[in-house]
Write a protein that binds this ligand. Structure first.
Ligand code: NDP
Ligand code: GDR
Length: 369
């Protein structure tokens, strides 16, 4: 008998990689998607299976983390062996602008699912994974961060995820549920949302290189993160639900880079060595573009825009995944260099397609967030 999994947030970065992984393991996969005015299933279109065929193993349901009745209906219908709660308003900066909505979807959303499991009498059958985050550490108290490091969130997103973390622990302890938190550090990929800093950088630099965009505006270039690959991290999510006992795990690479390092690595991958000038808000990155119309003129390609500063910043994160290594036998497989290379290569290919479209007189879209 195939196991049945339910993924909230299946249309997001992790949801797409996890759905692919679970299908490859023979699971029947159900996903919750939101109604949108445009198609929002781009990331999972390659996994689509004709629902009219008898051996279909991927099913999508309309629902929302803010809508308890829809969540109960779907869980009752699907009777999942495993629920992966990945859905969230996941943008830290946006959470300062939409704090109440962020709390509703990211804090109360997981509670709604846990309650649905309990009220439907599924607490012995259904295992629950909560997408917890290194943002819980916020103003870090020790480095590197482990499962025992105290939390100090710095954004409405982090605070909402703190509630979600503890309600997951609480339901595990109170009702004996198999519920666990993956405390995942930043993980990226070519299908990372375009407004997160890594993807914003690889996409913009590829477009600048091809003359489709002039400048990349960023916020805090000194922020330091522990960046891994989403493909590796969803494997850890699955492993956490396959153990004898539910536990919480840090998932990280143990290597740390600044945003500026990421810009330099992506630029180097594109053959654009950058020269930096100024400090803080004056900081700018120049590139000597050999193909520039007026000879070897230096072009401004990166500038700081204070609009991207956050009201409270998480300056530095570095994880220690020793527990996951020991108990889950999990290791990150993708290096920082390989991650940057893969992201740049896919964004360059996309920019080349846009160049072709533009060459035929059509307008292409820019992304400024
Ligand atoms: P994405 O932003 O790419 O995906 C979020 C998903 O949640 C999308 O499918 C989105 O739908 C869905 N969603 C958002 N709000 C709702 C809602 N109210 N109801 C139903 N669905 C909703 O995030 P990632 O894939 O990067 O991250 C997955 C999870 O892991 C998130 O919870 C995130 O907070 C957490 N996390 C992520 C890390 C990372 O570095 N990527 C690190 C640590 C934790 P739609 O496509 O319609 O927008
Ligand atoms: P983060 O990721 O906030 O860590 O949350 P993000 O890529 O948004 O920011 C990382 C760091 O880069 C700095 N930064 C910028 N960030 C964005 N988005 N845009 C910019 O122009 C920019 N310039 C500098 C930020 O200030 C920050 O310090 C991600 C999300 O996936 C969360 O859901 C997840 O929980 C955490 O990672 C772990």
């Amino acid at each position: 008998m195939s196991k049945v999994a339910l993924i909230t947030g299946i249309t997001g970065q992790d949801g797409a990689y996890l759905a692919e992984l679970l299908l490859s393991k023979g699971y029947i996969v159900h996903g919750i998607r939101r109604r949108a005015s445009l198609f929002n299933t781009d990331r999972i279109d390659h996994l689509y299976q004709d629902p009219h065929l008898p051996d279909t193993r991927l099913f999508l349901h309309y629902g929302d983390m803010t809508d308890s009745s829809a969540l109960v209906r779907i869980i009752q219908q699907v009777q999942p062996d495993e629920i992966y709660n990945l859905a969230a308003q996941s943008h830290v900066h946006v959470s300062f602008e939409e704090p109440e909505y962020t709390a509703n979807s990211d804090a109360l959303g997981p509670l709604r699912i846990l309650e649905a499991i309990r009220l439907l009498g599924l607490q012995k059958k259904t295992r629950f994974y909560q997408a917890s985050t290194s943002e819980l550490y916020g103003l870090v108290r020790e480095t590197p961060q482990t499962e025992a490091t105290p939390f100090y969130p710095r954004s409405p997103y982090g605070v909402a995820k703190l509630y979600a973390y503890w309600i997951t622990v609480n339901y595990r302890e109170a009702y004996g549920m198999y519920a666990c938190n993956g405390i995942l550090f930043n993980h990226e990929s070519p299908i990372r949302g375009e407004t997160f800093v890594t993807r914003k950088i690889t996409r913009a630099l590829a477009r600048i290189k091809l003359g489709l965009q002039n400048c990349l505006y960023l916020g805090n270039l000194d922020a330091r993160r522990d960046w891994g690959h989403a493909r590796d991290y969803v494997e850890a999510q699955w492993l956490m639900l396959q153990q004898d006992n539910p536990e919480d795990f840090v998932i990280a690479t143990g290597r740390q880079y600044s945003v500026r390092d990421f810009v330099n690595a992506a630029a180097a991958e594109l053959g654009m060595a950058l020269r930096w000038e100024g400090l803080g808000v004056d900081e700018k990155g120049y590139w000597v573009d050999p193909a520039a119309a007026d000879g070897a003129r230096e072009r401004l390609v990166v500038a700081v825009d204070p609009r991207y500063f956050r009201p409270a910043e998480v300056e530095t994160l570095l994880g220690d995944a020793a527990k996951a290594r020991a108990k889950l036998n999990w290791e990150p497989r993708t290096s920082f260099e390989a991650l940057v290379k893969e992201m740049v290569s896919e964004d360059l290919a996309a920019a080349q397609r846009d160049e072709l479209v533009k060459g035929h007189g059509y307008k292409t879209m820019d992304c400024h967030e």
